[in-house]
Design a protein around this ligand. Structure first.
Ligand SMILES: [Cu+2]
Length: 151
């Protein structure tokens, strides 16, 4: 019910404003502190982290991500069950105006599958994050051995 309403609302915005994500009551996604953890050569799976911040004045719903450097990118959440760390798909992620959502080791992450080139520290990967209203945002994710210092 909620999702349907949101779809209609997004469509109405598209029709009236013409360009959602640019101006008016629109969500605006900002990606900060992005990075990808260095993986051993030949690794088929890497993890990316960032903080997604909604700097707009309407909710933003993140629906997925993609990158030309990977076969697939998905949004995951790590959960600990009986001492074992598991991952599950995050699904749609709504971010309220002014709110931030952290993707950090042990929590949410971008699951990066099937790298199409060798990635070493200092390399950078572009990841496009899609939003329900369309558009989305592309951010640079530098490859690093450890999280960037964020203060
Ligand atoms: Cu994962």
């Amino acid at each position: 019910m909620h999702t349907k309403w949101r779809e209609r609302w997004a469509m109405a915005l598209l029709l009236t404003i013409g360009s959602v994500g640019q101006a008016g009551a629109a969500g605006k996604l900002m990606v900060v502190h992005a990075w990808i953890r260095t993986a051993p050569p030949g690794a088929m799976m890497l993890a990316g982290y960032a903080v997604l911040r909604n700097v707009g004045d309407a909710p933003v719903t993140v629906t997925g991500a993609e990158s030309a450097d990977f076969g697939s990118v998905s949004l995951h959440q790590s959960v600990e069950e009986n001492g074992v760390e598991r991952m599950r798909p995050l699904g749609k992620l709504e971010i309220a105006p002014g709110a931030s959502v952290d993707f950090t080791p042990g929590g949410r992450h971008f699951m990066l599958m099937q790298p199409k080139r060798d990635l070493k520290p200092g390399d950078s990967v572009k990841i496009h994050i899609s939003t329900e209203a369309g558009g989305g945002v592309t951010a640079d994710f530098p490859v690093r051995d450890a999280a960037p210092v964020t203060h």
